[in-house]
Design a protein around this ligand. Structure first.
Ligand SMILES: Nc1ncnc2c1ncn2[C@@H]1O[C@H](COP(=O)(O)OP(=O)(O)OP(=O)(O)O)[C@@H](O)[C@H]1O
Ligand SMILES: [Mg+2]
Length: 241
């Protein structure tokens, strides 16, 4: 569904990505792992047209999308849940969801809203509440719900577990798996390698703008390079809690 080929992105003198190639097959969850500053968010920005490429190609559903403006890329069926939620705090939950469905027809919106409220019952209970008054975990749900309202073929998630308590982290990954079972293809950016590898069909590991490892979730979980120093911090169950 998505193919990223030999990407290079620079910010002034900083090379954030160099020679990154990865693929996301339809129907799968692919994880992109890496430490702080390794280029994970930049990869998502490049895919959604928010970071300019100095080299490389991005093919989505058979079509080259590099150089297209972000709104055209989103229309093609890519949705992103950025780092740090970015919901509209002063708008009601329902209004946030409406914004996610901006390009869609009303009839489809009503049908999908029913589906979304089944998946996230808590959003249904709070649909008239200002989004800024939701708890952190509920805001995460809303950000994900809003992205889903555009009926994406590909959903990009940037660190969905960041800053959540362990119980909520488990819930988030449960929902990610559930969405995937419903047919949503997912590219999941995470520092929480253990949780991501447990749900991912395939994973890539970035280190300062280069891919250093790739393999199936189970392969990487037992890989010595990940087991040792690399993910040392993530061994703590209560990361970010
Ligand atoms: N707008 C920018 N201007 C200059 N440098 C940037 C910019 N955005 C990112 N960078 C640099 O590019 C590198 C990759 O950043 P990126 O945000 O992609 O990392 P990341 O893997 O998402 O990290 P984190 O886990 O902390 O979110 C970092 O060294 C960062 O400082
Ligand atoms: Mg990031």
């Amino acid at each position: 569904m998505l193919e990223v080929l030999d990407l290079k992105v620079t910010y002034g003198a900083i090379t954030a990505l160099n020679g990154v190639s990865l693929g996301v097959p339809a129907g799968q969850i692919v994880a992109l792992l890496g430490a702080n500053g390794s280029g994970k968010t930049t990869t998502l920005k490049a895919i959604t047209g928010l970071a300019a490429l100095s080299q490389g190609r991005i093919v989505f559903a058979g079509r080259e999308i590099q150089g297209l403006p972000p709104h055209d890329i989103i229309r093609l069926g890519i949705a992103v849940v950025p780092e740090g939620r970015r919901i509209f705090a002063n708008l009601a939950v329902l209004e946030n969801l409406l914004l996610g469905a901006y390009f869609r027809q009303e009839k489809e919106f009503i049908r999908d809203l029913a589906w979304l409220y089944e998946t996230f019952p808590r959003l249904a209970q709070r649909q008239d509440q200002a989004a800024g008054t939701l708890s952190g975990g509920e805001q995460q749900m809303l950000a994900r719900g809003r992205a889903l309202m555009s009926r994406p073929r590909l959903l990009l998630l940037d660190e969905p577990s960041l800053g959540l308590a362990p119980l909520l982290v488990r819930e988030v990954f449960h929902i990610i798996r559930h969405l995937n079972q419903q047919g949503v293809t997912i590219l999941l950016v995470e520092q929480n390698a253990f949780a991501a590898l447990a749900v991912a069909h395939y994973a890539y590991v970035l280190e300062t703008g280069h891919l250093v490892l790739e393999g199936s979730g189970t392969e990487l979980l037992s890989h010595p390079r990940l087991k040792d120093a690399y993910w040392g911090d993530d061994l703590e169950e209560d990361r970010g809690g």
